[in-house]
Design a protein around this ligand. Sequence first.
Ligand code: DGL
Length: 265
Amino acid sequence: MIKSSAIGVYDSGFGGLSVWRELRRLLPEESLTYLGDGKNCPYGGRSREAIIGFAEAAVERLLEEGVKLIVVGCNTATTAAIDHLRERWPDLPIVGLEPAVKPACLTTRSRRIAVLATEHSLKSDMFLRTASRYAQDVEVLKVVGRDFVEIVEASEEHTDRADRAVRSVVEPLVGSGVDRIVLGCTHYPFLRPLIERIVGDSGIEVIDSGEAVARRVKWLLERYDIAQSEGATPEFKFLTFADEEYRGRLELKAQTIERELTNEK
Ligand code: DGL
């Protein structure tokens, strides 16, 4: 593993780009190679075996590119495949994503939180383990973001379709006693402005895992002594199992994020 190699980021599609944003914020000198499957997306309703197969293919592809660390920027693939990936590549640093149940449970005052995620993630052993560890005296409402992934994949976050889908899921949570909504799927942060508009000033806080994951990546880079040297200019690459049009759309979305980050400064 060499310091100048890229970090590989993988998701079923566009979702991992919400993690990309946090990686770019915290680690601006690191090169990133992004693989958005696209061909098999959405993963949410698929079997564990199928998702393990997609994740293995993705890691193999990213290793062909010479990445030094892999971020599984997908809660669904993490819950299904991370143990398997770590067993198969024991020397490769692999960071997974889990819904931010812990911070939500530690900060909720109403002792009632909602976790929005895919069907697969909410049913997984990993989720049940985390929930039983941190949410003993907290009621956890499990809510599938119906159509959210498809909307983000179609770049329709700013349409009536998105408004309808988000309203039907989030409105019932407002006034339900929930004071934290956890975004447990990496596609969902792209709908965050809409979610926050619907939540309004109800006192509900919306939480995702992106920033925490970027901090974990930074920690691992330092621990393995593989962080990029200071002052380096990062390079970006985009890969997919779908077609060239899809690959181009991933790249465009990342460019939009880059512009937003520049405007934040
Ligand atoms: N972005 C993914 C997640 O975090 C998966 C979405 C999907 O493909 O269903 O769960």
